[in-house]
Design a protein around this ligand. Structure first.
Ligand code: GTP
Length: 298
């Protein structure tokens, strides 16, 4: 019998904010890695997760949403997304199960610049009646040029393994780029910061929008099973700082407790987490600060 072919390559998931990119990625990986929240624009970084099977390896690059930029950080995000599209083997466009609107058309235009296969996954099908899906699929089929169209629910997992198989089908024959386990090509500090930020977004609802950045300033191995972490949550306004700290420090304590539990599970050691809140005005419009926060590559 001939050896089975090993397939590998780089895949990027693109889509408007909030369509469920992180949820889908996590569902495919079966492990929580990227930030998930119900606020738009939470995935600012290019994250590589690696999914390895018997005869395949998918390297996921999670790009920020392609959307019309509103401020400097927005512009940067669009640039990152478009550059990534040209470097990968497969582009996976994720949309919500609804008729394509102006925002989708903007994205479909951008995707015409891609030469490789573009797959379309129509997400959140758990929210629509099966009958309503047919015209949606037809509309997207007409509006774009997709190698495959797959309806999925990232949340319930419906059709996710089929989508994974289709991605593998479109990968070229190639080497195993990374070791066998799921890995994240990001320093642990980044993951810890994202976990903290996720808790902030979940716990503060509307009052503190995504104008929050988290920087892990220090990680110190105290002893064999204890790691001390010092992190700063940056907000744009004093009022947001107040909300984040909460009455008698209650909010910050809650954020810290929840983040710590997940950090411990992820890193497999006990964590001593020290959290600070600082105000840094208008950080989103200043390149220098964005670089400090690790949002721009040098
Ligand atoms: N009902 C339903 N909700 C979903 C599904 N997939 C994702 N969501 C929800 O949609 C919201 C956004 O999901 P994310 O995975 O954070 O979206 P994203 O595209 O990564 O968002 P950004 O990081 O802002 O670009 C979350 O509240 C998810 O729980 C799905 O299949 N069905």
């Amino acid at each position: 019998m001939p050896d089975p072919v090993f397939k590998s390559g780089f895949v990027t998931i693109v889509g408007r904010t909030n369509v469920g990119k992180s949820t889908l990625l996590n569902s495919m990986l079966g492990q929580k890695i990227t930030i998930m929240s119900d606020k738009p624009q939470t995935t600012r970084h290019k994250i590589q997760c690696v999914l390895t099977g018997q005869d395949y390896q998918i390297v996921f690059i999670d790009t920020p949403g392609i959307h019309k930029p509103k401020h400097k950080l927005g512009e940067h995000m669009v640039g990152v997304a478009l550059n990534t599209l040209r470097e990968v083997d497969v582009v996976l466009l994720l949309v919500e199960a609804a008729m394509p609107g102006p925002g989708d058309r903007y994205m479909l235009e951008q995707l015409k610049k891609v030469t490789g296969p573009v797959l379309l996954a129509i997400n959140k099908i758990d929210l629509v009646k099966p009958g309503d899906l047919v015209p949606i699929i037809a509309a997207f089929q007409q509006a774009g040029n997709f190698a495959e169209i797959v309806p999925v629910s990232a949340l319930t997992g419906e059709n996710v393994s089929r989508l994974k198989q289709i991605i593998i089908d479109y990968l070229p024959e190639g080497p195993q780029y990374y070791p066998g386990d799921v890995v994240v090509d990001r320093p642990e500090r980044f993951i810890m910061a994202e976990l903290i930020r996720e808790k902030v977004l979940h716990l503060t609802s509307q009052e503190v929008p995504h104008s929050v950045a988290v920087v892990v300033e220090e990680v110190e191995q105290r002893n064999q099973d204890m790691v001390a972490v010092r992190a700063v949550i940056y907000t744009e306004r004093e009022s947001q700082k107040g909300i984040l700290i909460g009455k008698g420090g209650r909010m910050l304590k809650e954020v810290g407790q929840r983040a710590r539990q997940e950090m411990e599970a992820l890193l497999g050691s006990r964590i001593f987490l020290e959290l600070w809140v600082k105000v840094k005005k208008d950080w989103r419009n200043r390149d220098i600060d964005m670089r400090n926060f690790g949002l721009l590559e040098e």
